[in-house]
Design a protein around this ligand. Structure first.
Ligand SMILES: NC(=O)c1ccc[n+]([C@@H]2O[C@H](COP(=O)([O-])OP(=O)(O)OC[C@H]3O[C@@H](n4cnc5c(N)ncnc54)[C@H](O)[C@@H]3O)[C@@H](O)[C@H]2O)c1
Length: 374
């Protein structure tokens, strides 16, 4: 599909929390929601009306086969992502899949094969990459202002015990030990380490200190994965959806020879940055938000963030939901390269899957496969 005049016909599968949250961005980007699909009839009816969709389906493959879709947006529980993406790719329907891409190595291999054989594109909807501070750091790194980048941290600390009861599939996923939801942390970091990928990981957890309403222990509270990249950089990822404490889902740190960044850990704090080229005094943090407002530094933001559309006020995840959808549409139209293609999606997903093996192996360092070689 090429040209900007035609509206893309999209089918949405998974019509509750996440699926519904895309509604304002879909509207703003002039996407036609041709159909919605959900196995829950009440959710389906509500979402059909909200999205002003032409049709509604309880059966996903029926939707794929009967609506002349250009693309699907997959917002079902993680357990369904790979199979639903493969079903669309086999029909040459473009895929924007929620994170993570897949739940096992075997699913990853099948997904990569389907993406290779399809005429359609596969993109993973890793929206945290598009958050304003993350795009700013990306621009600064690209311009060389961090010098040589060699260390990063990412944390997804988001207490979800209540949500796990409301969405039992999350409770089920939580029974797996390891970093089962790595992409929000790894995604932005890998864009700061462009051209690099995680080659080895090891993983440990802090045990279990909480029980669910049935008295069953959660699999882990804090999980920490260490990762070494091909270019010998070190990354630390902490994942925790159980511990009682304020949320801190978009925590990042980056260290280079000429710069350092620490994101705010709460709404009371500010994102901090130190850049040798701005102030050589190594004891002085700068406010990253203030720096990006200065003309000389604002130009390191992505073009979208330099002139943000009005509707970003309503777009979720700090505007990330709007930009990830915008890029998907542009990639479908052939206007840009697919920014989070199947191999990028694998680079963000596979380390978490291998962390699950490492934790069962006493925290051993294990190799992360490179999907480009499959
Ligand atoms: N990128 C982000 O910031 C972000 C935020 C929240 C959730 N997510 C991801 O989005 C996905 C959905 O999360 P959620 O919170 O909306 O979950 P949810 O449980 O609220 O909604 C999932 C919906 O999918 C439906 N569903 C389940 N199986 C189906 C099937 N086989 N066919 C059709 N519909 C089916 C359910 O009935 C439900 O309405 C998850 O993968 C989650 O990891 C991503």
């Amino acid at each position: 599909m090429t040209g900007t005049s035609t509206s893309i016909r999209i089918g949405l599968v998974g019509a509750r929390g996440r699926g519904t949250s895309f509604s304002s961005s879909l509207k703003a980007l002039n996407v036609t929601v041709a159909a919605v699909c959900d196995i829950d009839a009440a959710c389906l009816a509500k979402c059909k009306s909200l999205m002003e969709a032409e049709a509604a389906f309880a059966d996903y493959e029926q939707m794929l086969d009967s609506c002349k879709l250009d693309a699907v947006l997959i917002a079902t529980p993680m357990q369904f992502h790979a199979a639903q993406a493969i079903a669309a790719l086999k029909r040459d329907i473009h895929v924007l899949s929620e994170v993570t891409a897949a739940m096992s190595i075997e699913e990853c291999q099948a997904l990569v094969k389907a993406a290779r054989q399809s005429k359609a594109i596969y993109m993973m909807a890793e929206n945290y990459i598009y958050m304003r501070p993350n795009q700013f750091v990306r621009g600064l790194v690209k311009a060389g202002l961090f010098g040589e980048v060699y260390y990063a941290e990412g944390e997804y600390i988001h207490e979800l015990k209540e949500l796990m009861e409301q969405t039992p599939w999350r409770r089920e996923v939580n029974n797996i030990r390891g970093v089962v939801y790595p992409t929000h942390s790894l995604g932005p970091i890998l864009t700061w380490m462009e051209g690099d990928r995680v080659e080895r990981v090891c993983c440990q957890d802090s045990g279990t200190h909480y029980r669910d309403p049935r008295g069953d222990a959660y699999s882990s509270d804090s999980v920490v994965m260490l990762a070494k990249t091909r270019q010998k950089r070190l990354i630390k990822i902490r994942y925790d959806i159980v511990s009682d404490r304020p949320h801190a889902m978009a925590n990042y740190q980056l260290q280079g020879t000429d710069g350092s960044y620490e994101s705010a850990r709460s709404s009371h704090e500010r994102d901090k940055i130190w850049l040798r080229s701005v102030n050589a005094d190594k004891d002085v943090w700068l406010d990253a938000g203030t720096l990006m407002q200065q003309e000389a530094y604002g130009r390191y933001l992505s073009p979208g963030w330099q002139n943000p559309p009005e509707m970003l006020r309503n777009a979720g995840h700090g505007g990330g939901d709007y930009f990830v959808l915008q890029d998907f549409i542009a990639a479908v139209r052939g206007e840009i390269d697919n920014p989070i293609d199947i191999h990028c999606a694998m680079d963000m997903t596979l380390p978490g899957l291998i962390s699950q093996k490492s934790i069962l192996d006493g925290g051993a360092w294990l190799d992360v496969p490179d999907s480009r070689l499959w």
